[in-house]
Design a protein around this ligand. Sequence first.
Ligand code: AVI
Length: 334
Amino acid sequence: MRSRSPFRQAAAKPVPLDERVSGPGAADGDFAEAVLAGLSGARKAIPSRFLYDARGSELFDEITDLPEYYPTRTEIALLQRYGAEIAAYLPEATALIEFGSGSSRKTAMLLEALRRVSHYVPIDIEASCLEQARSSLIARFPDLAVLPLIADFTDAGTLPEAVADAAKLGFFSGSTIGNLTYAEARRFLRDAAALLGPGARFLVGVDLKKPLDILLPAYNDAKGVTADFNRNLLARINRELGGDFDLSGFEHEAVYNEAEGRIEMHLVSRRAQTVELLGRRFAFAEGERIHTENSHKYTAPEVRRLAAASGWRHAAVWINDDALFSLHLLKLPD
Ligand code: AVI
């Protein structure tokens, strides 16, 4: 596993990796409920976290390598270029807490720069990702205590006792914050502040507003990987919920909603059709959409305002030369 699949199904409650119990989680019920509710409304919509089943996570990994999809490589380049400068703002940080850590691919770069960090708490819903990340990081940083937490990053519960007194740095990369609405992002940042505690710092990767000739191809790539990623949601419904979606009957659409400042992904019905799942029938008119994802883009001042509205002070920002992507350092008063 190279990259990360930031949204996964919510676990019933956060569990340290060593204490987890095997067995089915709450995921299936959540998915069924969300799909039935989402297809029943006047405007059909399914939350974007359900895009990331095993196949969806693979496709997202492929997306991060596409020439049109600039966010991942730009954020990595920022971490490489400014790692030492970022570290200079954080001389005391000893615990790194990563939200939606996935494979922790970018974490190693940060750990290279932050030599005093002795404890790493990756928070992710996928146990296998956490295990893999733990072994690869321990091989590279043998003195690092890796304390994974299996949890939805929006509901992490409490941190391990071992980091209670540590100077904490949160890390939320990839502009996953953009997949939250403004209200959700504010709530997330407030909850993260409560989790990390007074004096904490938070490094957040945020995709920037930019010309549409760069933005739109990133979500409408020539190879059609993003289209497959989007349509995979229908395959997942067929597989897990016994649906009979004809995948060729739906077209991938990614558009920029200027008023909301976000890319929206939709699946557009190519014709009038009816779909059955879980004993229910759903009618689609020709051109009717299922809204599957929002990816909000920010300006640097908008991030500052979001931080302030969520109880954080904005300490610094790093932006690449083409102004494609930004890394923001936030802090909480002591
Ligand atoms: C995970 N997230 C930040 C990606 C994004 O750009 O919003 C998900 C994605 N959707 C389509 N392409 C990538």
